[in-house]
Design a protein. Structure first.
Length: 98
C-alpha cells in the first residue's frame, strides 16, 4: 500500500495522514496490513501521548489492543484502527463542548 500525496482540503489530508501513519507502524514487521501489539504500543507511545499517558503500562496496552481488535485475531487492521481513532475523536469533541 502506497499512500498518495493529498493536496486538497484538510479532511482529505487528515485521511491520507491516518493511512500513512497506519502503514508506517504496521510495516515494522514487514506486514503493512495489520498492527501487532508491539507495533500498536510503538504507535501509541509516539503518536498519541500525552493523550494516552499510560501507554507505557503494558496492561493498558493490552486493554487498548483488546478494545481495538474487534475480530479477536491479535492484530489490528486498518478498519479497526480507523474506527478507534474516530471514537477517540468523538470523545475529544464532546469534551471540548463542556
Amino acid at each position: 500500500m502506497t499512500t498518495q500525496k493529498c493536496d486538497i482540503g484538510r479532511i482529505p489530508r487528515i485521511m491520507c495522514e491516518l493511512c500513512s501513519i497506519f502503514e508506517e507502524y504496521a510495516s515494522a514487521d514487514g506486514d503493512g496490513k495489520t498492527l501487532t501489539k508491539a507495533e500498536l504500543k510503538n504507535l501509541v507511545e509516539k503518536e498519541m501521548c500525552p493523550m494516552l499517558k499510560e501507554a507505557k503500562n503494558s496492561s493498558r496496552v493490552d486493554d487498548l489492543m483488546s478494545a481495538m481488535d474487534h475480530d479477536g485475531n491479535a492484530k489490528v487492521d486498518f478498519q479497526e484502527f480507523a474506527t478507534t481513532i474516530i471514537a477517540f475523536t468523538c470523545i475529544c469533541h464532546e469534551s471540548m463542548k463542556e
